[in-house]
Design a protein around this ligand. Structure first.
Ligand SMILES: *Cc1c(COP(=O)(O)O)cnc(C)c1O
Length: 347
C-alpha cells in the first residue's frame, strides 16, 4: 500500500493540474492574534475565500481532472456534509460532467440547495454521514458512476496538499501549521507536503471535542466510528470511514500534535475573525483560531500559519453567533465600568 501513498511530487502535479479552477489565496497578517499569543507572527490562509467557499475544490478538481475521457462521460458520484459536494458539483458542471451528490437528512437545507444550484443531482438519504455513504455505495454500483470520495483518496489528498505548497512558498519561515481535522484529507495532505519541504514545521491537527473520530481511531490503531452529534462545526462531522487506507496512516506518520476544541471556543474563533478581519468563516474553520485564543498550544516566538478552511454557514446561525459575541463584549465592558462597592468606614 505504501507505494500508492501520495507524495510531494503528487502535490506539485496537483498544483499544475488545478491551477485554472482554483484561486491562490493570500496570507493575511493576524497581528492581534500574534500579540495575544506572543507569537512572532500569525498568518491566516483564508480558504474561506476559495472558489465554492472552501478548500475542498482543490481535491475535487485534482480528482475529476485526472479521470479518463470515458470516466468523465460516465459521470461522478460522491457523499458529503456539504463542502465537498459543492466542490464536486461545481467542478463537474464546469467540465460538463454529470454529478450525483448523496447527503444525509442531517445536512442543512441551504447546503443541499446550493449543490443543486451548481448543477448536480442531489440525493437525500438517512440520518448520518454514514447512512449517506452507504446509499452512495448502492447508487455507485447500480448506475456505474465514478467515485470522488471526500478525503480517503491519494489524489484528493494531493489536491489539499497544494495549500501547504502555497503557504511555504509565500512564507518559508513558517514554523507551526494549525489545521482543522475531520476525515483527514486536508491535514494528511498539508502535513505530508509541509514535512517533505521542511521537516521542522510543527503540524497540529484540531478536532471537535464532540466527535473526534480521527483521534479515537489513532488511539485504537484502526478506524473507529463515533456517534454523530450536532455541532456548530458541521463540516467536521462524520467518521474516517471503516475501510480507511490513507488518511489514518498519513496523519499518524506526519502530524506532531492534536488539540480538541469545544463549541464555545469555536464560536469565539468565529467572532474574533469577524472582529479583526471582517471575514466570515464557518465553525469548522474557526477551530484553529479557537484553539489559539484559548491557549491550547504554546506558540510564543513562533511563526504560525492558521488555516481558515471555509465559509459555508447558514446566515441566521452566523448572525446569532456574532450577536452572542457582541453581547459577551458588552458584559465584559460593563463589568469593568461597574461602580465599585464603597466600604463604609467604621467610625
Ligand atoms: C471538509 C472540511 C474540513 C475537514 O477536512 P477533512 O479532510 O475531512 O479532515 C475542514 N473544514 C472545512 C470547511 C471542510 O469543509
Amino acid at each position: 500500500m505504501i507505494s500508492s501513498m501520495p507524495t510531494l511530487h503528487d502535490a506539485y502535479t496537483a498544483r499544475a493540474r488545478i491551477r485554472s479552477l482554483i484561486r491562490k489565496t493570500p496570507l493575511l497578517d493576524a497581528a492581534v492574534l500574534a500579540r495575544k499569543t506572543g507569537a512572532r507572527g500569525v498568518v491566516f490562509k483564508p480558504e474561506c475565500l476559495q472558489n465554492t467557499g472552501s478548500f475542498k475544490i482543490r481535491g475535487a478538481a485534482n480528482k475529476i481532472l485526472s479521470l479518463g475521457d470515458a470516466e468523465k462521460k460516465t459521470g461522478v458520484i460522491t457523499f458529503s456534509t456539504g463542502n465537498h459536494g459543492k466542490a464536486v458539483a461545481h467542478v463537474a458542471h464546469t467540465l460538463g460532467i454529470p454529478a450525483v451528490v448523496c447527503l444525509s437528512e442531517h445536512v442543512a437545507p441551504y447546503r443541499a440547495e446550493r449543490i443543486q444550484a451548481l448543477g448536480a443531482e442531489v440525493v437525500r438519504w438517512g440520518r448520518s454521514q454514514d447512512d449517506a455513504e452507504a446509499h452512495y455505495h448502492e447508487m455507485k454500483a447500480a448506475r456505474g458512476l465514478i467515485p470522488v470520495v471526500p478525503f480517503d483518496d491519494p489524489i484528493i489528498i494531493a489536491g489539499q496538499a497544494t495549500i501547504a505548497l502555497e503557504i511555504v512558498a509565500d512564507l518559508p519561515e513558517i514554523q507551526v501549521l494549525l489545521v482543522p481535522l475531520s476525515g483527514g484529507g486536508l491535514l494528511a495532505g498539508m502535513a505530508l507536503a509541509a514535512k517533505a519541504i521542511n521537516p521542522a514545521i510543527h503540524v497540529v491537527g484540531i478536532s471537535l471535542k464532540r466527535s473526534p473520530a480521527m483521534l479515537e481511531s489513532l488511539k485504537a490503531g484502526r478506524p473507529v466510528a463515533v456517534e454523530e452529534k450536532d455541532s456548530i462545526a458541521d463540516s467536521l462531522l462524520g467518521g474516517i470511514g471503516t475501510t480507511n487506507r490513507y488518511t489514518l496512516p498519513l496523519v499518524e506518520k506526519y502530524v506532531d500534535e492534536h488539540l480538541l476544541v469545544s463549541e464555545d471556543e469555536i464560536k469565539d474563533g468565529m467572532f474574533s475573525v469577524f472582529e479583526t478581519h471582517r471575514l466570515i468563516i464557518e465553525g469548522a474553520a474557526a477551530v484553529t483560531v479557537g484553539a489559539l485564543l484559548h491557549q491550547k498550544i504554546d506558540v510564543r516566538k513562533k511563526m504560525v500559519g492558521v488555516l481558515l478552511s471555509g465559509s459555508s454557514i447558514d446566515s441566521k446561525a452566523y448572525l446569532s453567533i456574532i450577536q452572542g459575541g457582541l453581547d459577551g463584549e458588552e458584559r465584559k465592558k460593563s463589568d469593568l465600568e461597574a461602580p465599585r462597592p464603597v466600604r463604609k468606614g467604621i467610625p
